[in-house]
Design a protein around this ligand. Structure first.
Ligand code: NI
Ligand code: MN
Length: 238
C-alpha cells in the first residue's frame, strides 16, 4: 500500500492490487496541493462531507476517470442531479467495491453543500474505515471534534491500523485533542491532517507528535509534507 498526502484532508491510497482511492479530493483550490487536478485520477473517491475543502474536485475527477464516488445519501443525490453516479451510504454501513470494503462511520461536524449559489443539505458528516485487500484498515476521520465513540466504537470494534486525524483546530480538533483521539483509536500509525492549509489552521505538527508521545507512545506518528508518499509496513498480529 502507498499513501500520498495531497495536503489538507486529501489523500491518495494505492492498494497492493493497484486500486487507487482518493479521499476528500480538494486539489485545484487547495493552497497546499501544487499539482494540477488534471494529474489526478482514481478508481474510487470517498467524500466525508459537503464542505468545499473536502468535496473539492470530486465531480471533475469522476467525470474524467469514471471513478466510483462513495459518500452520504444526501451528497449522492446532489451528485446524481449533476449527472454523476454516486453510491449513497450512511453512518454504520459498508460498501465493497473492487475488493475493498468502505465503512462509513461517525464524525462530529457539519456537512452543508456550501459551494452552490444556495447552501444545500449535505446530510451528516462522516469518517471512513477502509479495509484493503490484505485486511489492513485505514481510518480517515474526516472533519471532527473529539467524541467518545472514537474509542468505544471505532477504536475498540474496528481497530484501525493507520489513522488520519485532523489537528488544525478552529473547525476540527486541535493537536491535543488529535493526540487524545489517537490514544483512543489506538492505531499502529497516525498521520495528522487538516492543518497549515490556510492561516486559520496553522499548526506545528511537532506539538501533536509530542502529545502522542506522552499519551500513546506505542503509536508511530508519520508527519508528511504535502505531496509526500509513504508505504507503511503493517505487521499483522495473528
Ligand atoms: Ni468541514
Ligand atoms: Mn474542513
Amino acid at each position: 500500500m502507498e499513501i500520498r498526502w495531497l495536503g489538507h484532508s486529501a489523500f491518495e491510497i494505492i492498494s497492493d492490487e493497484g486500486i487507487k482511492i482518493l479521499i476528500d479530493p480538494f486539489i485545484s483550490n487547495n493552497p497546499a496541493c501544487t499539482i494540477p487536478v488534471e494529474e489526478i485520477d482514481a478508481d474510487i473517491i470517498c467524500i466525508t462531507h459537503g464542505h468545499s475543502d473536502h468535496f473539492g474536485d470530486a465531480m471533475e475527477i469522476a467525470n474524467k476517470s469514471g471513478a466510483l464516488i462513495l459518500t452520504n445519501h444526501e451528497i449522492s443525490l446532489f451528485l446524481n442531479e449533476q449527472g454523476i453516479e454516486a453510491i449513497g451510504m450512511n453512518i454504520g454501513g459498508s460498501v465493497s467495491a473492487k475488493g475493498i470494503k468502505f465503512t462509513m462511520l461517525d464524525a462530529k461536524h457539519s456537512s452543508s453543500i456550501d459551494f452552490t449559489d444556495e447552501v444545500l443539505s449535505g446530510g451528516c458528516p462522516a469518517s471512513f474505515l477502509i479495509t484493503l485487500e490484505d485486511g489492513t484498515k485505514v481510518f480517515h476521520a474526516g472533519d471532527t471534534g473529539l467524541f467518545s465513540d472514537l474509542e468505544k466504537v471505532i477504536g475498540k470494534l474496528y481497530k484501525p491500523d493507520i489513522a488520519m486525524v485532523p489537528i488544525g483546530d478552529r473547525f476540527t480538533m486541535g493537536p491535543f485533542e488529535g493526540a487524545l483521539a489517537t490514544m483512543w483509536l489506538s492505531p499502529k500509525m497516525v498521520i495528522p491532517m487538516h492543518y497549515n492549509t490556510f492561516p486559520a489552521i496553522a499548526q506545528d505538527p511537532a506539538i501533536f507528535s509530542n502529545f502522542v508521545k506522552q499519551l500513546a507512545p506505542e503509536v508511530e506518528v508519520l508527519i508528511l509534507n504535502p505531496l509526500e508518499s509513504c508505504a507503511p509496513e503493517i505487521v499483522k498480529e495473528e
